[in-house]
Ligand binder design. Structure first.
Ligand SMILES: C[S@@+](CC[C@H](N)C(=O)[O-])C[C@H]1O[C@@H](n2cnc3c(N)ncnc32)[C@H](O)[C@@H]1O
Ligand SMILES: [Zn+2]
Length: 285
């Protein structure tokens, strides 16, 4: 069995493609002999020996993310993203349902990518994240290469190889997105609106205040992208204390606040708040 989505990947050391006959599901060997072994859980770590100055999500944060997303509370985001991506890459003869080459940046556990692969059957994907704990989950998705990498470095991907880049609540490297997308390809970005989880944030001061505005996203993207659409997705959230704590721990607050501390600030059994995110679609010129 070949490594999934191998044709999309490039050697992170020398940028070459792969020695196909001598690469496998377990080992990637590039044309100039650089070798990367997949972890037992299926992901491959391209950051070996280099590291990153960014703090990866811990196993506790990833477990909280997996529990929270499994409740379906963020289902409205996943559905809006899948529909937006299908619409953005429609055209051609397949009515927008055909297979695509997808990059999910900061893919986390692969929750959103799973929804996309359902919506665009047969697609192949690269799930990129600096957290190997997150990628252990994402590596289970079909036709998906789960790659440990820092998005601020040149991406280990071929030029103009992708139809779609998705980025949900994760850092964005637009010059590299422009390089790896084919002309006409789309980037679909989910950012929190200023009032995302406002009622929860009033209880938990350690939660980050969202700053990203859709207009700012389009401006930051630069001249290689043209705006396609912006959609606001709003949905009510009625959370148990445990779910609210998971939602807090799975984000940046999980790096510096303990679950106990967060639970101690949640007096009621139930937290009512509202999700509000912007789905911005840009097109590679
Ligand atoms: C808020 S989480 C979102 C994860 C996923 N998209 C989701 O919504 O479930 C941000 C993700 O970006 C990853 N991340 C943060 N900095 C990164 C970087 N420099 N390079 C790659 N991934 C990064 C984190 O490990 C984390 O999984
Ligand atoms: Zn190489």
């Amino acid at each position: 069995m070949p490594f999934p989505a191998l044709e999309l990947l490039r050697c992170p050391v020398c940028r070459n493609g792969w020695d196909g006959p001598n690469s496998s599901e377990r080992t990637l060997l590039c044309a100039s002999g650089h070798r990367f072994d997949a972890a037992r859980q299926g992901y491959v770590n391209f950051l070996t020996g280099r590291g990153t100055r960014f703090l990866p999500d811990s196993s506790e944060m990833v477990a909280a993310r997996e529990r929270f997303l499994a409740t379906g509370s963020y289902g409205p985001i996943a559905r809006a993203l899948a529909e937006g991506c299908a619409a953005a890459t429609a055209g051609g003869d397949d009515g927008g349902t055909g297979p695509r080459a997808i990059l999910d940046v900061g893919a986390g556990t692969g929750y959103y990518l799973a929804a996309l692969l359902d919506r665009l059957p047969g697609s192949c994907a690269v799930a990129l994240d600096i957290s190997k704990f997150a990628l252990r989950r994402a590596a289970k998705l079909p036709r998906t290469a789960a790659v440990v990498w820092d998005v601020w470095r040149d991406l280990p991907l071929a030029d103009a190889a992708l139809d779609l880049v998705v980025d949900v609540f994760a850092p964005r490297n637009f010059p590299e997105f422009a390089r790896v997308l084919r002309p006409g390809g789309a980037v679909c970005i989910v950012t929190p609106s200023p009032d995302h989880l406002a009622a929860l944030r009033s209880l938990l001061p350690m939660l980050e205040v969202p700053t990203g505005k859709a207009e700012a996203v389009a401006t930051l993207a630069g001249p290689e992208f043209e705006p396609d659409s912006v959609r606001l997705v709003r949905f009510p959230l009625v959370l148990t204390r445990d779910e609210a704590a998971d939602l807090a721990v799975m984000g940046p607050a999980g790096h510096h606040s303990s679950r106990e501390k967060i639970l101690s600030l949640l007096a009621d059994d139930e937290v009512r708040t509202e999700g509000a995110v912007e789905l911005t679609v840009l097109r590679r010129r």
